[in-house]
Design a binder for this molecule. Structure first.
Ligand code: ATP
Length: 237
């Protein structure tokens, strides 16, 4: 298993603006898939996203509180607020490096959807992330295994498929020795942009977000209205 030991950490980063059922099902099923290689999944809200957020971003504390409110009673899932303590833009590189320093003995995984995976060349030190952690990619929409293999080979020429270790997955070994997993979990067609659009237009968002998220949005209505900007109607999810 390439030296993988038990009790690793798995971070799942995102803006969680707001957290929704797509994020939560992914976190639940990923925690199951990664067991026993990782002790659970840490949902890690991005404090200050390096790229502009089109629809307006809620304050970090509200987004983190919404994540925490969803996780009540879900074993193995937690909210990691570490990005809040760091000044400047929240680069995933810095977050993962800080995790390595915190727990150098624990294998580290970083979970991301296929659209974000394809954008790694535009992230700060994105192509170096596999030096810090194993990437775990989940398809979103039409993202297929073929696209994953092609994206991996284009980002890291010379990457080769190798023996998978996670149930139902594919795995690639990168030229520098890094590892990337592809886990084809089912995708729920929901996005935070669509939820923002519906909430701002007074449309029903039941079952798209867990009830505690809706309660927090309603309880902080003024703050939400001051931060979320009307966006063009999202076409998909
Ligand atoms: P927005 O609509 O504002 O772009 P989002 O729904 O993509 O937001 P993020 O917080 O940006 O939510 O996503 C965090 C991570 O979760 C990303 O890696 C993203 O690809 C993944 N993700 C988001 N929605 C889903 C979903 N429905 N199914 C699987 N993965 C998802």
């Amino acid at each position: 298993m390439d030296g993988i030991k038990a009790a690793g950490r798995a971070l799942f980063g995102g803006s969680f603006n707001p957290p929704h059922v797509g994020h939560l099902r992914l976190a639940i099923e990923m925690a199951e898939t990664l067991r026993p290689l990782a002790a659970g999944v840490e949902l890690t809200p991005c404090a200050t996203p390096p790229h502009k957020v089109a629809g307006g971003l809620l304050p970090f504390d509200l987004r983190a509180a919404m994540v925490e409110a969803c996780l009540d009673g879900l074993p193995g899932l937690s909210c990691n607020r570490m990005e809040a303590g760091r000044p400047g833009l929240s680069y995933t590189w810095d977050t993962l490096r800080a995790c390595r320093e915190e727990t150098p003995e624990r294998p580290l995984f970083f979970i991301l959807g296929s659209p974000d995976y394809a954008l790694l060349p535009h992230w700060h030190r994105g192509l170096e992330l596999p030096c810090l952690c194993q990437l775990v990619v989940v398809p979103r929409g039409e993202g297929s295994e073929k696209n994953f293999l092609a994206a991996t080979q284009s980002m890291w020429p010379g990457a080769q498929p190798c023996e998978p270790v996670l149930p139902g997955s594919r795995r690639m070994r990168l030229p520098g020795g890094g590892l990337v997993h592809f886990v084809p979990l089912p995708w729920i067609a929901v996005s935070a942009s669509r939820i923002r659009h519906r909430w701002l237009h007074g449309l029903n968002v039941d079952f798209l977000v867990p009830r505690p998220v809706l309660d927090l949005l309603d309880a902080h209505r003024e703050t939400v209205l001051a931060h979320w900007l009307p966006e063009p109607r999202p076409d998909e999810a």
